[in-house]
Write a protein that binds this ligand. Structure first.
Ligand code: ADP
Ligand code: ZN
Ligand code: MG
Length: 475
């Protein structure tokens, strides 16, 4: 039987605030275990939360970038559950009045656009991080992560394949990076995804029973978990069995999912408004001020690149798809305003070095200004195109400036025309016989003369200049 996969995602994103959501501890990633926490964020009973306003602002920015309606009135609730990563036995979250509702994010698959609707975005606190030590049979906990502000982005079940899920998460990640509210480093757990998935037949009028796969922290595992689950559920349905509504865990090593527990419903959490936290009330002016802070978003940048810079859609997309690349491209243009040439050099040469793992966009060993100088030298024939590539490699290896490298290695073409003239005249007088042959119509000796001149004029001018001067002299 063939089935249509129905998928909804819940994406947790850690917000890049300086301090945590309800206390003043640092929210920075990492640190020695339990050095960035206080009784509040290590979840001791009896502590009082104070809401970090920047976290609210960041959640709103994310919501605006994802076309959500922002609720001017929102409330924090207690989600009660007992688990050692949260000793106070409830997580502060939002259920009834979340900060953002509705919204949508367009994704693009093979040139086909599809809109994925969002149900909501709410704010909550992260829990501590448990580490299970199987050898000693103990579990350890690090509260540095406890109390880091999170947003949870919940989609409608509009996704129908692992490919769409991947494109969607990539798009979310891009929007969060452009708005500057999340690092989106999945390897650091800054972006984590729960997948809800069920199957239906094309003739069905209702969705099937869904399974939730918790805490996927790479694009690859999202795709693999979905693929596995589609097969598993299809096999059950083909055999006339039922899919059980439950929470499953994906095992990266085995590439399969295993049941964790039966799925809780909202009422299992006994949600109620947190009496310690004042309700959030926002004015139109507050929202306008936040909207005004939003930077240029990826779709606007894409338009600018295509319409103003005349880049092809493919090239523009490649640059926009990584915020660091796009920022660097824009910075380079400020120094050398040649959008097409810079885009070529970025896509072909710079990204090649990045993809080879020689450099990282987060930490380039040269400035946009120096990079601009390099491209300009190549465009104006101060260095050959081929030497420009070598210079880039040397910039990475030595950390020296492009101009210094060009000078030190004799890549710089000085275009000293009096010298060009002098040397070509000399070559011609030394090869009088060849010149004679040329004048008698044996034009193929031109190549020989050109070769002689090029040998002597290395670094003085470009082959183009040699050719033109030589032709003029032979006339
Ligand atoms: P809960 O309150 O149990 O978490 P929600 O209604 O909030 O359930 O939905 C959680 C996620 O599951 C959402 O992303 C939603 O789109 C998705 N979802 C809901 N029903 C289905 C279904 N039948 N198949 C797949 N995904 C679903
Ligand atoms: Zn704290
Ligand atoms: Mg839910």
């Amino acid at each position: 039987m063939s089935y249509i996969p129905v998928i909804g995602l819940e994406i947790h994103a850690e917000l890049l605030t300086n301090s945590k959501i309800f206390c003043s501890c640092s929210a920075e990633f990492g640190g020695e275990q339990n050095t960035r926490c206080c009784p509040g964020c290590s979840s001791m009973p009896g502590t009082l939360p104070v809401l970090n306003q920047t976290a609210v602002k960041y959640a709103i920015k994310a919501g605006l970038a994802m076309n959500c309606d922002i609720n001017k009135f929102s409330v924090f609730d207690r989600k009660n559950y007992f688990y050692p990563d949260l000793p106070k036995a409830y997580q502060i979250s939002q259920l009834y009045f979340p900060i953002c509702v509705n919204g949508n994010i367009p994704i693009n698959i093979d040139g086909k656009e599809k809109n994925i609707r969002l149900n909501r975005i709410h704010i909550e606190e992260d829990a501590g991080k448990l580490m299970h030590d199987d050898f000693n049979g103990v579990s350890l906990i690090d509260f540095n992560r406890g109390g880091i502000p999170l947003i949870e982005i919940v989609t409608e079940p509009d996704i129908n394949s692992s490919e769409e899920a991947k494109a969607f998460v990539e798009q979310v990640s891009l929007l969060l990076q452009y708005t500057g509210v999340c690092s989106c480093k999945m390897e650091q757990g800054a972006l984590r995804c729960d997948v809800n998935i069920s199957l239906m037949k094309s003739t069905d009028t209702e969705f099937g029973t869904r399974v939730e796969i918790k805490n996927l922290n790479s694009l690859k595992s999202i795709v693999r978990a979905i693929e596995y689950e589609i097969k598993r559920q299809a096999r059950l349905l083909d055999n006339g069995d039922r899919v059980v509504q439950e929470t499953r865990r994906f095992n990266d090593n085995h590439g399969d999912t295993k049941s964790m527990r039966s799925k809780e419903d909202a009422h299992d959490y006994r949600y109620f408004p947190d009496p310690d936290i004042p309700q959030v009330n926002l004015s139109d002016e507050d929202l306008e001020a936040i909207r005004a802070e939003l930077p240029e978003l990826p779709n606007k940048r894409l338009e600018r690149y295509i319409n103003e810079y005349d880049l092809s859609k493919t090239d523009a997309q490649i640059i926009v798809n990584q915020k660091t690349v796009s920022d660097f491209y824009d910075e380079t243009l400020k120094e050398y305003n040649n959008p097409k040439s810079v885009s070529n050099f970025v896509i072909v040469e710079l990204l090649r070095r990045v993809n080879l793992g020689e450099i990282s966009m987060d930490n380039l060993p040269f400035s946009a200004k120096d990079f601009a100088t390099l491209i300009e030298m190549a465009d104006t024939d101060k260095v050959s195109k081929n030497d420009a590539k070598k210079i880039l490699r040397l910039m990475i290896e030595t950390g020296k400036s492009s101009l210094d490298i060009a000078k030190e290695n004799g890549f710089l073409i000085v275009s000293d025309m009096s010298k060009v003239d002098e040397i070509i005249t000399m070559v011609l007088s030394e090869n009088a016989e060849a010149v004679e042959q040329y004048k008698n119509g044996e034009t193929k000796v031109f190549g020989f003369l050109m070769g002689q001149c090029t040998k002597k004029l290395k670094g003085v001018c470009t082959p183009k200049v040699i050719k033109e001067t030589l032709e003029a002299k032979l006339k």
